[in-house]
Design a protein. Structure first.
Lengths: 219, 219
DNA sequence: GGCTGGATCTCGGAA
DNA sequence: TTCCGAGGTCCAGCC
């Protein structure tokens, strides 16, 4: 990894065109060839960048980064204030816990959260337009399609609506009801869902994760 | 801006929990207090980060970054390989060209792109569920709602469908037809749009921008 | 290779 | 403040 602090201006031409006037910035050149340009604020997003695979050509004070798609980043350097290189070695990688995939696992394990007598058909139930997060049957054996989100917004309701429309054309499954399950459901999404006869279910991640044997406590 | 290269492990607890095993990484501490942790690949995304406003407390070899929401990043340092600070000064800011806003401007200027005799009602036509990109009238004075995207996908068709549903309840406007305009329209989006009686229109950014007087050439 | 959908999305604007 | 939509979205997973 090479760290350069420099007074520079930057022009990008690719999916859009952009221009950065002359100023001091950090240039980050990584081992995979990627380049990013940071100002002294914002943690997440660089001002400009080129994702790998891409190639940096240094021609005196003009640096050009290019990729196969023809996107181009041109950095004009006026003054270099710092330039250092560092060997970092392998990155073991980030371990995450608490994303949507976990919610799906947990709800599948605790399918009774949907209601008494519910049973799991399968996770990632395949359809022509993509997999339904969870297919289940209620106590009477009727099909229920569940869409799971961490944050329930309108897009998720639209997604579930498309699935239901398709699933209800299958005489072996129909009628299929929908459940929109999320840790948090935005009011607009809830309104739209309920307008369409879709049940909303707020999930409590900690409670789902907490105990594998809640049922015991009932006795 | 402070640049630290260090052997460290990192734990984040907030919107999710995550763990980074001990390894060498770049720690970026910016003037606004934000902190990000980069490995030696990927230009765009840090492994972990805390966005401003947040506060860093250095207690010997344990650094803790926290924000008001209670999100917490704990960095355990084993060895510091580099540590430097740099004054960058003000960032003049990025100037962009070629985003959706420009398409909207250009199509409004060249409303005839929609067809002979079309006239502009207004851009950002307000509705209860958000602004319609462009409202126009055709040669016969009938209302036309236009949704503009750089890349036309299913979400955009759904968005326009919601607008049309609402607009058609207004007797002063109804009947309102829809046009889905984009630089590129995905086949699935086109199919869905046409199923719903929405016209698809592919926009040529360069042609729209190119000449203000194409009409002249017809003579 | 393309396509789909999640993301600690981030970021900006408007109500 | 919340809501909403764009983004050079990026990115992983699956086909």
């Amino acid at each position: 990894m090479r760290l350069v602090i420099a007074r520079c201006q930057v022009d990008y031409a690719g999916r859009l065109t952009s221009h950065l006037p002359m100023a001091n910035r950090l240039l980050l050149i990584k081992a995979d060839g990627s380049v990013s340009i940071h100002s002294d604020d914002r943690a997440y997003k660089p001002l400009n960048w080129m994702s790998p695979p891409c190639w940096l050509i240094e021609d005196r004070n003009i640096w050009t980064v290019q990729n196969k798609a023809g996107e181009k980043l041109v950095i004009s350097l006026e003054e270099i204030l710092h330039d250092s290189a560092h060997e970092l070695g392998a990155e073991p990688g980030l371990v995450k816990d608490g994303v949507e995939a976990h919610l799906q696992e947990l709800l599948a394990e605790h399918i009774g959260t949907l209601g008494e007598g519910y049973s799991l058909v399968r996770r990632e139930f395949p359809t022509a337009i993509g997999p339904v997060d969870i297919m289940a049957r209620d106590a009477d054996g009727a099909s229920v399609a569940v869409e799971i989100k961490r944050r329930g917004e309108i897009d998720g309701v639209e997604q579930l609506t498309r699935y239901l429309e398709l699933l209800n054309r299958d005489p072996l499954l129909a009628p299929v009801r929908g459940v929109f399950a999320a840790q948090q459901i935005k009011p607009q999404a809830r309104t739209l869902a309920e307008d369409r006869g879709i049940r909303c279910l707020t999930l409590d991640y900690d409670k789902l994760r907490g105990t594998d044997s809640d049922e015991f406590r009932l006795f």
